[in-house]
Design a protein around this ligand. Structure first.
Ligand code: FAD
Length: 491
């Protein structure tokens, strides 16, 4: 098949790409979506769980790359989880049809309205809270755990203990919605259906129960008959042609990463949805290699969404810790956002190691007071991140304050089991920014200095949103694509 004159190409099948694909296909447009990862549903290969990492567990690595306890050797395969290592930060990303939705914890959190307004002063917050956020919660199938099930289920002891301890320390807790189907989870608990969340399935993909994008937006887009997804197609560079169309140099690989074919695509309209790091890599690398025009704001205003991991050991040792059995789907959080001294939100995270490790794990989300920049280093031919300990100083202070207060009220020590000094300052699940809405793009994600190029993914958010980001990424993508279509950008 000739891909020399495609009307619309989308690069990447995460949240931004899936929303764009659905809305364009519904508007009757033919779309080709290029995804470097595997189409797992089509391939029919099951995802592996945390305790037995297999094919899906890592992107072309010889050893597993979960944030901790990587004792497993692997045969390189185009798995769902990748890790990008920089000097002071490690960034985990999802690969495959569905992008980050395949690997993430499914926590579907709408940001606080006051913070959303602070981060996006130019957006119509009222319209987001009355229309776009409710729309995406519906499309993503967001739901909430039943309180009685949470109270009774042994797999949620870690949440009950976490909440009880937080209250004792004077913190406020909140229920966290998720895209995992909690009705399915109740059935798996009763052994009526195959187990998934209760079978340590997370971060390497999920075989049942989780409504990842392949089951929501992308499935709906495929049903229009207007979407073609080419998996295992990695875009290497983009060139701008004289007639303002784009040429893409693409490598098709097999599941071992070996090259099958070098392909050239040309398209009239191009949407970059390769995720924050993927989109920045494509823009900055293309600029370095072929003079691809980029605006001066590309790479600026990048942040880790305040991600800071920490943990405590020997939580309530006398009452048996957090439990040997743990669901992989988090449902509890601690909301300390309104504390002027130490504003943060933290997930009460599971640690499903198959035994009671008497350890509580927390992923803090903080403000990002000092943003970073992303560059392309021509010598090493790779992205460089201007980001170090100074960027996470305040996050560390918040984590210290949190752990101290929790330990004072409940006993326990800072977790040296999980992290060298008890803090995972360099763990990032939520890279955001670098191609910020209304700075590097116009108000709807159209890139400045370009006529036919759009960015629709996490890079539009200026480094912070105060909660887990995919609900916001999806809502911003809905807002942008709706307006781009309305303005006849894809006519
Ligand atoms: P992505 O979802 O990252 O999708 C980008 C896609 O583009 C990928 O599939 C990638 O393979 C593809 N791609 C990249 N470069 C190329 C290229 N050159 N050619 C072709 N394809 C390319 N967020 C939450 O809100 N709640 C959570 O509970 C949560 N938990 C997380 C847990 C983990 C372990 C991780 C890693 C992330 C988690 N996140 C969570 C973050 C969330 O998943 C991301 O913010 C989100 O997926 C980003 O969406 P996106 O549209 O920007 O891009």
């Amino acid at each position: 098949k000739d891909y020399r004159d495609v009307p619309i190409v989308i690069i990447g099948s995460g949240y931004g790409g899936a929303v764009s694909a659905l809305r364009l296909c519904e508007a009757g447009k033919k779309v080709v979506l290029l995804e470097m990862g595997l189409n797992w549903e089509k391939a029919g290969i099951p995802f592996s769980n945390l305790l037995k990492p297999g094919k899906s567990s890592a992107w072309l690595k010889t050893k597993s790359i979960a944030p901790f306890m990587n004792i497993f050797s692997l045969t390189p395969f185009t798995g769902t989880l990748d890790r990008l290592d920089f000097d002071h930060i490690k960034i985990w990303v999802g690969r495959g049809v569905g992008g980050g939705s395949l690997v993430n914890g499914g926590m579907a959190v709408t940001p606080k309205e006051s913070y959303f307004k602070e981060v996006f002063p130019d957006l119509d917050a009222e319209k987001f809270y009355s229309h776009y956020f409710p729309l995406v919660r519906e499309e993503l199938k967001v739901n909430v755990i039943d309180e009685q099930f949470l109270k009774d289920c042994p797999y949620y002891k870690f949440t009950r203990v976490g909440e009880e301890e937080a209250h004792k320390a004077g913190f406020k807790t909140i229920r966290v919605p998720n895209v995992y189907d909690f009705k399915y989870m109740e059935k798996e608990f009763r052994n009526e259906v195959p187990r998934s969340a209760l079978n340590t399935e997370v971060i390497y993909g999920n075989n049942h129960g989780k409504n990842s994008l392949d089951k929501t937006y992308l499935r709906k887009a495929m049903e229009t008959g207007n979407l073609e997804i080419l998996d295992l197609h990695r875009v290497q560079t983009i060139q701008l042609n004289d007639d303002k169309s784009y040429t893409l140099n693409v490598q098709q690989t097999d599941t071992s990463g070996a090259l099958i074919a070098d392909k050239v695509f040309t398209c009239k309209k191009l949407i970059l949805s390769a995720g924050t790091m993927g989109t920045l890599q494509l823009l900055l690398q293309s600029n370095a290699e072929n003079g691809f025009p980029i605006h001066e704001k590309i790479g600026k205003n990048w942040g880790n969404n305040g991600n800071f991991m920490t943990g405590r050991n020997w939580v309530k040792p006398l009452s048996g810790g957090t439990g040997a059995k743990q669901s992989t789907i988090p449902v509890g959080g601690i909301d300390n956002w309104d504390d002027p001294e130490h504003p943060f939100f933290t997930e009460i995270a599971p640690l499903p190691m198959g035994m009671d490790v008497a350890t509580a794990l927390y992923l803090l989300i903080n403000r990002v007071d000092k943003k970073g920049d992303v560059f392309y280093n021509k010598t090493s031919q790779s992205l460089t991140l201007n980001w170090n300990e100074s960027n996470t100083l305040k996050m560390r202070e918040n984590a210290q304050y949190f752990i101290r207060k929790m330990n004072k009220a409940n006993g326990g020590t800072r977790s040296h089991l999980l992290f060298d000094n008890g803090f995972g300052a360099d763990i990032c699940y939520h890279p955001l920014g670098g191609c910020v809405l209304n700075e590097a793009t116009n108000e709807y994600g159209k890139l400045k200095d370009h006529e036919n190029l759009y960015v629709l993914d996490g890079s539009l958010i200026p480094g912070t949103i105060g909660v887990n980001p995919f609900v916001t990424i999806t809502a911003i993508a809905e807002y942008c694509i709706e307006n781009l279509i309305r303005k006849n950008e894809f006519a």
